[in-house]
Design a protein around this ligand. Sequence first.
Ligand code: NAD
Length: 475
Amino acid sequence: MTRTDLNFEVFYNIVNGERRSSDKTTFSVDPSTESKLWDVPVASPQDVEDAVRSANEAFKGWSVTPFEDRINKLAQWRDIYTPFVEDFTNLLMAECGKPYAAASGEANEILALFKHNLELRMPEERIEDETRIQTTRHVPVGVVAAICPWNFPMVLSVGKIIPALLTGCTIIVKPSPFTPYSALKMVELAQQIFPPGVVQVIGGDDSIGPALVNHPNINKIAFTGSSATGKRIMASAAGTLKRVTLELGGNDPAIIYPDVDIEKTAPEVVHGCFVFTGQVCVATKRVYIHGSIYDSFLKAMVDAASQLVVGKAADPSTTMGPMQNRMQYEKVRELIKDSQVQGYKFALPPRSIASDKGFYLAPSIVDNPPPTSRIVVEEQFGPIVPVLKWTNEADVIASANGTSSGLGASVWSGDAARAERVARLMQAGSVFVNSWAKTTPRAMLSGHKESGLGGEWGSTGFLEYCNTQVVHVFK
Ligand code: NAD
């Protein structure tokens, strides 16, 4: 495939192997400038119907395609993607407002997703006794709809497509209306490799997600997004008893012990709070610092956060880009305002950013607000973080676990064994010791409590695209 075969200025839905436009179009804006990005088609109800029909038709052949052939096809998709990594990086910078390093990190993470998944094999268990041989195997669940959020539009769509196709499912991707571009283009690219209907994408407006969730001929919803939407999806999916994987919101605590190296640890913790402007499901959203180092650790955090350079994604000096969209920007501004109105002390006050356009917010740190305050209890999903003081280990563990969220957590201590002991007491799907949340395709990502149901990635995440079947052969 040559570079000219993929036009990064024109975007289509992909239905039954075809590029589809629409009478109705929409567009997103570049969060750095608020300037209009490219038009994208709004999928019609007919597009949804056609995609579901095509996915069901394609499932008949794809589900019985030998596993090694499916692996080979996925490897071919990886190979034709590789020369476009830089183009997708540029797309992510424009649609997400990610500075180059973050956008390039996401585009390259796709290669890591391929690498991990292509090493997986379908497990089969065979048990034999005097009367029977029983084989436990995993069969593809059918047609999957992947409903995706705006913060990692590539990783969180391709991270669903690859395991779905690997297991023999077919998949329809629905990107977030805020960030449709990279997912549309990635699925368009995939048409070079896969038969029609195996992987499709339909984007547009807010009607498409519910239409897919309610559709009787879709077997599974793989969803990443907010807990509120996840609950709605689970309720709707009950009507047809669809399988659901729900990757939802978090309110991740970081517990800081008094024996940490303050100068080394504080900047790392700050990075974990403000990575991609705090718009990461597993960003640190509450920091619990031991009272004996509270002042010095907080000062080191303020020093580190003050050095973040807020600006346009395309500016090479930028280390923290804008918020991705106006809705989230206003939501976080409202939370900042609430902390100000309540009279909470800011260790790092929110400084205004001189720019007429763009969804810019400078990082801010709230100094020991009440544990019941909104900034502690709610998922902020933006560059403001509360810092709280602790003295008793049992109490801080209870506080860290004391929300309805259970996505990620981190524990920081010079004593790694102690930190691991406490990590194991966290009610969260991913716990990091002496690190912010560095996720990897090799590890399952899952939420406890209201942060999700099931999970994806790792050596077992792909089995969530399967039903389990036991074949009993009697002797
Ligand atoms: P969102 O819930 O608003 O939207 C996610 C997707 O769901 C979008 O594509 C949207 O169009 C669609 N949608 C909305 N209502 C729907 C409905 N009723 N039926 C079907 N689809 C519907 O979430 P968001 O604002 O895009 O993403 C941010 C949230 O996602 C944060 O809470 C974040 O923590 C969470 N998130 C979780 C993970 C994880 O792995 N657990 C990863 C990234 C983001």
